[in-house]
Structures are given as C-alpha cells and as structure tokens.
Design a protein around this ligand. Structure first.
Ligand SMILES: [Ca+2]
Length: 185
C-alpha cells in the first residue's frame, strides 16, 4: 500500500515552504497515484500521474501541493481514485518543532526527519512514545479528563459537606430558638 510515511508539520524556523509530506510504497508492486488525492484538514491536492515503485519514497513540498500543515491537531488523508482512504495520519496536541510525525510500522511517533529515506527512531524517542503515536495521545487526554472529573467530584463533595454543616448549624440555632420560645411561651 501507499503509506503517509512521514510529515513535517512544524519545521524549525519558518514553516511556510519548509513543510513536507513523504509517501512510501511499502508493497511489492508499482502503484499509479493518478488522480489520487492528498488532503490536510482544509485543502485537497490531486497527485497527478505519479507512479511509486516498490519501496520508493516520494517527498512532496506542502507549499507546492497547496497544503498548510497546522501545528495543532492536524490530519492528512490519502485517498485513491475510487475515494477510498489508502492512508491517514493524525496527531493530537502540538507538533514538536523540527520533528517529523513518522510511521514506525505500528503507529506514528515524533522522530528525527528523514525525507526520502527510511524513518529513524532513536531508542529514546521510541521509549518516550510508548504506547506509540495517536494511542498515547488519546490515553493521555483520557487521563486528564479523568483527573478533571475526579477534581470536580471532590469539589462537589466539599460543597455538599459545607451545605450540610450549615444546615446542621441552622437546625441547632432553630432548635435553640424553639426551646427559648417554649420557655417564654
Ligand atoms: Ca522518511
């Protein structure tokens, strides 16, 4: 298949003109990309009559393709002539500056850029991203949501406790008042 193998949404320095997308034919036969479409979250580029041979990489300059890769929560989608999705790649949060979002065979992770070549994954980068890519980001955001929910519950319990205590005090006061009325009435 043709993989969105690696892309650089947030190059060091000026982004415009320096962003790129690497496609990779990881299959055993040549694939014509005639009329295939590559889209970011806003725009779509038609790939023309490019053919990728087995194992071949193709690096597209995003500016040439009329695409602008956002540095936050961007998605790239590659669609075949029949409109079916061939490959899609998405990151959550903010893109690391100067790092590419690269396919490692199981998922995507931030990596040292390697346009036109096999992707690089240093031990440290791979370790930092376990479980890799989108799965990690999803996991993290669920963790944050759970923490927020926990904090909200604690706050609610605290408020309930305060209200209850106020009620008790009022009851004591009212109780005293009634006793007083009883005495004098
Ligand atoms: Ca590469």
């Amino acid at each position: 298949m043709i993989q969105i193998n690696e892309w650089l949404p947030n190059p060091a320095g000026t982004d415009y003109g320096a962003e790129w997308i690497e496609l990779w034919n990881d299959g055993g036969s040549s694939v014509s990309l005639a009329d295939w479409k590559l889209s970011d979250s806003k725009k779509t580029y038609s790939l023309g009559d490019k053919t990728l041979n087995p194992g071949e990489y193709w690096v597209l300059n995003a500016k040439t393709a009329g695409l602008t890769l956002r540095n936050q929560e961007e998605t790239l989608t590659l669609k075949r002539t029949d409109g079916q999705i061939e490959s899609t790649s998405h990151f959550l949060g903010t893109a690391q500056e100067g790092k590419s979002w690269a396919w490692n065979g199981a998922g995507y992770a931030w990596s040292e850029p390697s346009p036109g070549k096999e992707n690089i994954f240093s031990a440290i980068l791979a370790e930092d991203n376990l479980p890799r890519g989108v799965a990690l980001n999803k996991f993290s955001s669920v963790g944050i949501q759970e923490a927020a929910l926990g904090a909200a519950l604690l706050l609610a319990l605290g408020i309930m406790f305060l209200i209850k205590r106020n009620d008790d005090q009022e009851n004591i006061f009212r109780g005293g008042d009634q006793e007083n009325r009883g005495t004098f009435g």
